[in-house]
Design a protein around this ligand. Sequence first.
Ligand code: SF4
Length: 534
Amino acid sequence: MNYILETYGCQMNVAESAAMEQILREHGWEKSLEDDGNGGGRLLFHKSLYRHKKTPYPNLPRVRGLQSPGAGLSPISTAAGAASGGNLSARDDTNTIGYSEKNVKPIPQLVILNTCSVRATAEQRILGRLAHWNAARRRGGAAKNGTPPFAILVAGCAAANIADALRKGGADYLLPPAEKHRFADILIELEEIYRSAKHHAAVNPADNAENNEVLPEAKFHHTAAAADGGFSQTHYTEDAASAFVPVMSGCDNFCSYCIVPYLRGRETSRPPDAITKEIDFLAQKGVREITLLGQNVNAYKNGGGFAGLVRLAARRIEGTPIRWIRFLSAHPKDMGADVIEALAENPCFCRHIHLPLQHGSDRILAAMNRRYTRAAYLDLTRQLRAALPSLTLTTDILVGFPGETEDDIECLLSLMNEVRFDSAFMYHYNPRKGTAAYHLPGRIDEDVKRERLGRVIELQNIHTKAARQAALGAERLVLCDKPSRKNSAEFLCHSEHDEMCVIPAAGVSAGDFLRARFTALEGSTFKAEHAALL
Ligand code: SF4
């Protein structure tokens, strides 16, 4: 049995795709198309052949390194459109896995779209992909052995938010976040369907010719959420040096622009023993870096809260190949002194924190229901920098919220000047139906939003450039990710501060830690020479 998996959206979706792939492997399924690691192509399923087509959105950001997902955010200094929420970087819905023709394997029995609903455009994209696959299987007709063409499963937030449209669009299975624990049952059901269809085809060859029906009937079940929050046991990607470890799911914050709490449900903290079990498994696999993942990880409720989890994870990796721990994403209102103290005690926690700001004006922060003030955010950044020397800070900024004035933008720019973020994801607001802010008066004209966003980007670019220039000549510990696509003589790495660099590839393997000296800057990537393997 073969499958194709397309992943869209935030790091949580990347982690959940890894978990689905783990279950698929355990059931003996194989990829129909191998990820070629470059995200630069996509195969369109067309009759008996595949046609290669460049992704139509080559310049938009992807979750960095699906083969090394633990690196977390991939900060950019350009606007990626409009946000409707989420602390994780559902920056764009173009995080599809790339495929290359040379890796084509047989026609799949299952196409999985792991989807994002953070913006209406993300959902439109999913409906487009669904229409594409639905048309493809109609064109493809019956598979050679007489079994039905592939089934389509839509997982993720869109499966919760636009279920009716997906059903009408041809989805056979919907797997919203609260029901992801049903994935293995769906596989078993499909395996049975294909086994019986194959048997039927073998004994009734005349029925094989025009079997264009997808499956006997579309399957839609709705079950209660699993008691443990439905966390998968492991989110490991084969041979990856980095891995996500989900520790929370859902969100209780209800930021007024954000759809996530309505789709992913209330906050659930994963039991500590399930987390340590997954860490142990990843250590056994030789993973070098993990990222504790959740919409709002520092609201972790079990044991000693997030501070307790920081200490627990740090103890657990002692004596294992795992050397670095990150977390994503943190809410400023929940970043207490206890967490800062625990981070300071444990240098295995990388000195890079993504701390979503969203805005610098108290009036707008209140309208967004962020539940912190500008002063509190500034104070927090000072505390973090005092406790964690060399810390890099990145953030999210949302411009053009309803009612925003020029004074509010000035507040934001002045805060940016005070904090000097190392980099930022910057967006303009677009109303999202189903959120509280959708009904707010004072919507900002599109041109005004764009002009304000332009000023924010311009300032951030200055800060980012200055931070990178200051790092030239520095020596850093870096983790080696994978060979560079552009130049096979180079290897891609990242530092604990989330700086990207390339080093000479000779003698280097994925998962190596080494000391590297940054010698030049090309775009946002450093050129480096390696000083010593560690
Ligand atoms: S904290 Fe929760 S509600 Fe607020 S932006 Fe993040 S996911 Fe959305």
